[in-house]
Design a protein around this ligand. Structure first.
Ligand SMILES: [Zn+2]
Length: 665
């Protein structure tokens, strides 16, 4: 049994939830007021002790297992929740202890070594005659002595083995130096050499202030690469580090705003100029892990990347990651056509500062700090920024482009929390595209309708009939009789074993084939359905794996599966191996079949939920709870609409793929 399973087996979710929520038994379910949203009238929070799961039927509409609960309740990440629950369960994570202990002590030794290396580089910078050009370079950038000391700026000698002989002389082994990323191995020749040569060295610290790697700028004219980082090690993972966060976090909280820039030098110059709430992303776009780190400090972000094409692309990508990562509030409302729909609004304020072409934060602050303050103060809201970028790329004298742009911008308008602000941006978009605001809003509704009505019901039925027998490789149809049989006994909204296997299969495929998530998302959005998100998966551990894989791949990193496995935590890699073993026998499925699987399990879960809601509705009706009746009825209505939508999307997809790909079979 894995530690995760053992913890689940030993702990009763009722005990854990009862610490915060007063629960009342109702059949096989326990109900209480949801601890995650303002829920005081009728209890909307259900706990299912038999399956160890929970579900909110109210505004947050969230649910999961014991790990998801503890994470959400205490603002923990998966690992922290695991540690906490393991302690509670008396599971000592024993099977990992020797390994973990070893890893821990290796980690500590590595940090010690990296910190000595930072001192070594710094002393060379300050005193070595060979470092004169490095000092000239840094003085040319107008960094003060104090800044040099604060960031412990260093210098690596122009030598293949100076660092190696220095540290081996202190008793470190060659392997220690390789593991810390200080030496590079030439595997053909079986030799090693200093990774950093003739470069200015910037130590990179994690959020706790420990030196975990280095960034090194070349001092040679046209030296390649301009910046060389430490290689990925157990400690140094670019996607999980924000440069400068260790010192800026206090100021980010004070200013209630984080400014995100591109490079180390920008952060250092900002710090020197008195702007201390600044961090640098370590790659081309922000990652989910980086946003999670920042989110602990603030929910207001200003992205200030360079104005060149690469900077614009990076900003657009970061915005996508941010919209996927940051917290959302849900609200349920009626749209003008009378459909109940759930709006999910972004619980964060993201703005973009436009750096003038040819400049960067470093140069602006150096020349005129007031100019920087003005740029950040005048940062554009996302909608304005994205609209202007899109118009630049697709001029609006072509009416087709107008519609194209509107379709990309409208979801961002719908993200806005404040209704007045939202109105403002409807007007803004209409004005900018020179169209009528009402047509814009209609476009939005049309989009929805189009998805709903892509296939009129009658035609849909015919399609469904033609479909039998099911196309090869398609998941078997859901057996609806199952639900009605169980529903009278109070059905658990817990997905079937087959669904969990399908979920695992998708993760397994995605881990081994970088294109899978993108392809499945494309197919899903073509059918008008939301793209994959963590809540698509039943188990918290699978959610963690999905997010990790998705992050790596959407950051454009090519992750060879071997490396992927190596970089995972024990618990996650154990799960991925388990998945790998269970799916290896299944034929490789085309992405559209995976997408069909997704629709299938979404449908199944919504139907289970619907059954449960109907049950609650009946109970409320017989108890005369009028307040919850109204709310429940609304939810049932919404769910019914969603179920129809998924059903249609599914039918559309299977008939489409049948026509388009028929010749392949
Ligand atoms: Zn809730």
């Amino acid at each position: 049994m894995s530690s995760v399973d053992e913890i689940k087996a030993r702990l009763d979710i009722l005990d854990i939830v009862s610490e915060d929520v007063q629960l009342k038994k109702s059949g096989r379910t326990y109900m209480g007021f949801c601890p995650f949203h303002n829920n005081t009238r009728s209890p909307a929070f259900a706990v299912y002790p038999e399956t160890g799961t929970w579900k909110c039927f109210g505004a947050c509409a969230d649910g999961g297992d014991i790990f998801s609960y503890v994470m959400k309740k205490n603002g923990l990440d998966f690992k922290e929740a695991l540690t906490l629950l393991a302690a509670k369960a008396g599971v000592t994570l024993e099977q990992y202890t020797p390994e973990q202990k070893k890893r821990k002590s290796i980690e500590e030794q590595q940090i010690e070594l990296l910190e000595s290396a930072a001192d070594y580089f710094h002393q060379l910078y300050l005193h070595a005659p060979q470092a004169k050009h490095a000092r000239d370079y840094i003085q040319g950038r107008e960094f003060t002595d104090q800044t040099v000391a604060t960031y412990k700026i260093g210098f690596a000698l122009n030598s293949w083995d100076a660092l190696r002989s220095n540290f081996m002389g202190q008793g470190y082994s060659e392997q220690d130096l390789i593991d810390a990323g200080l030496l590079t191995e030439n595997q053909d020749k079986g030799t090693t050499y200093d990774r950093f040569r003739n470069r200015v060295i910037i130590p990179i610290r994690d959020v706790a202030g420990r030196t975990v790697g280095f960034g090194a700028r070349t001092l040679e004219k046209d030296g390649i690469p301009k910046y060389l980082n430490s290689p990925q090690t157990g400690l140094f993972d670019k996607s999980r580090i924000l440069f400068g966060l260790d010192s800026s976090k206090r100021f980010i909280r004070e200013a209630r705003q984080a400014v995100i820039v591109e490079g180390y030098m920008d952060v250092i110059m900002a710090w020197q100029g008195g702007f201390r709430n600044v961090v640098a992303q370590m790659g081309t776009a922000l990652t989910r892990d980086q946003l999670q780190l920042l989110k602990k400090q603030t929910k207001r972000f200003v992205i200030a990347l360079d104005a060149d094409a690469a900077g614009v692309n990076a900003t657009m990508r970061s915005l996508t990651v941010a919209r996927e990562t940051l917290d959302r509030d849900s609200e349920i409302r009626f749209d003008p056509s009378g459909l109940v729909r759930e709006e999910s609004r972004l619980n964060a304020d993201i703005r973009i500062a436009s750096i003038p072409e040819g400049e960067d934060p470093d140069s602006i602050i150096r020349n005129d700090p007031a100019e920087w303050a003005k740029l950040i103060g005048g940062a554009k809201p996302v909608v304005e920024y994205v609209t202007s970028v899109l118009i630049e790329q697709q001029p609006i004298d072509d009416p087709k482009n107008k519609s194209e742009i509107a379709q990309q911008v409208i979801p961002m308008i719908l993200d806005i929390n404040d209704p007045l602000e939202r109105d403002h941006y409807w007007q803004f978009l209409a004005r900018t595209l020179q169209v009528d605001e009402r047509s814009l809003k209609q476009l939005n509704i049309k989009q929805r309708r189009k998805n709903n009505n892509q296939r009129p019901v009658v035609q849909g039925k015919k399609t469904a009939q033609r479909q039998q027998p099911p196309e090869p490789g398609a998941p078997p149809p859901i057996d609806d009789s199952n639900y009605s049989a169980k529903s009278s006994m109070g059905m658990m909204p817990d997905p079937t074993r087959r669904t969990k296997r399908k979920e695992a299969e998708l993760i397994g495929r995605a881990a081994h084939n970088p294109g899978v998530i993108r392809q499945v998302n494309k197919i899903l959005s073509d059918t008008g359905q939301p793209i994959l998100h963590a809540q698509d998966f039943s188990l918290q551990i699978d959610r963690e794996l999905f997010l990790l894989i998705n992050d790596k791949q959407s950051a454009g990193e090519v992750v060879p599966s071997g490396d992927m496995w190596d970089s995972l935590d024990d618990i996650l890699s154990e799960r991925l191996k388990e998945i790998g073993q269970s799916i290896s026998a299944i034929d490789k499925k085309p992405s559209r079949n995976l997408a069909l699987s997704v629709l299938q399990w979404r449908l199944e879960k919504k139907k289970l939920l619907n059954t449960e809601l109907q049950q609650m509705l009946r109970t409320a009706r017989s108890n005369g709870e009028s307040e919850s009746l109204e709310q429940l009825a609304q939810q049932v209505e919404r769910l019914t609409v969603e179920i129809k939508q998924i059903d249609r999307a599914k039918m559309g997809l299977s008939s489409r793929s049948k026509h388009r790909y028929a010749h392949k079979w």
